[in-house]
Design a protein around this ligand. Structure first.
Ligand code: C5P
Length: 238
């Protein structure tokens, strides 16, 4: 399958059409952005690492019965996937408090939450991705029915139930992550986008070391080494 027209360029990926109207190709870029694009950089090889990590995680999630847009990895930087109508909700799943949760609500950084928290943010750069409740999402028409929000929340928890123990076995705490969903041509809600250290937080269980994009956000350095380590741990335990 080959790339045809550029459909859209986002911060971390370019999206291309293919000869099949139901399939698209994502090209994973080496660009890094944080704080809604205010901080920018690039790291050679980062895109390929995220493509490989996402590929493994989508395969795992599919194998456990959660439908995703993943079709196949084409080469280092390209993934073939189903075309979906993207639902403009960023679904944030949290096991441990940090980041904006600690900042906004004053919950101690590193506190294990009494239960898994699922939050919705409006995927809208201009507005700075504000928090949404279900009524906001329905009023904005981001989905048609409350049932769909319930389904998205249920699927997000299922993904957490798959990934949290999987990473724990590899010595990584899955602190939090962001998922995106879309509707396929039959109108089914499926998992889309990517699952990588760009949109997950991983803390090493022994050292507490951050193995994700916080290395860039917080200027810690060593981003590529950390992403490589995440991939190696995924591949190592296959
Ligand atoms: O910044 P915050 O604490 O809200 O991030 C929660 C999780 O969602 C983190 O894993 C972060 O990487 C991810 N996230 C993301 N894209 C955003 C906002 C958050 O991938 N626009």
């Amino acid at each position: 399958m080959e790339k045809r027209e550029l459909l859209y360029e986002g911060k971390a990926k370019k999206l291309f059409t293919t000869d099949d109207q139901n399939l698209l190709i994502s090209e994973f870029k080496d660009d890094l952005t944080a704080f809604n694009g205010a901080k920018k950089s690039s790291e050679a090889g980062k895109g390929a690492l995220n493509n490989k990590i996402s590929t493994e995680l989508f395969k795992l999630i599919e194998s456990k019965g959660v439908p995703t847009h993943f079709v196949g990895m084409l080469d280092d930087n390209h993934m073939l996937h189903k075309r979906v109508d993207v639902i403009l909700i960023e679904v944030i799943v949290r096991n441990i408090a940090t980041g904006s949760l600690s900042k906004n609500l004053g919950i101690e950084d590193g506190k294990v939450l009494p239960f898994t928290l699922v939050e919705f943010d409006y995927k809208n750069d201009e507005l700075g991705d504000p928090k949404l409740n279900d009524q906001h999402a329905l009023i904005l028409g981001l989905v048609d029915y409350q049932d769909e929000l319930d389904k998205i929340r249920r699927m997000a928890r299922q993904v957490n139930d798959i990934l949290k123990p999987y990473f724990a076995e590899k010595g990584l705490n899955l602190v939090d992550f962001k998922l995106e969903f879309g509707k396929d041509k039959e109108g089914n809600i499926i998992l889309a986008d990517e699952i990588s250290p760009d949109n997950c937080r991983f803390w090493d269980m022994e050292t507490g070391e951050k193995m994700d994009k916080d290395r860039f956000r917080q200027g810690l350095g060593g981003l590529k080494v950390a992403y490589e380590e995440v991939l190696n741990r995924i591949l190592g335990a296959k």
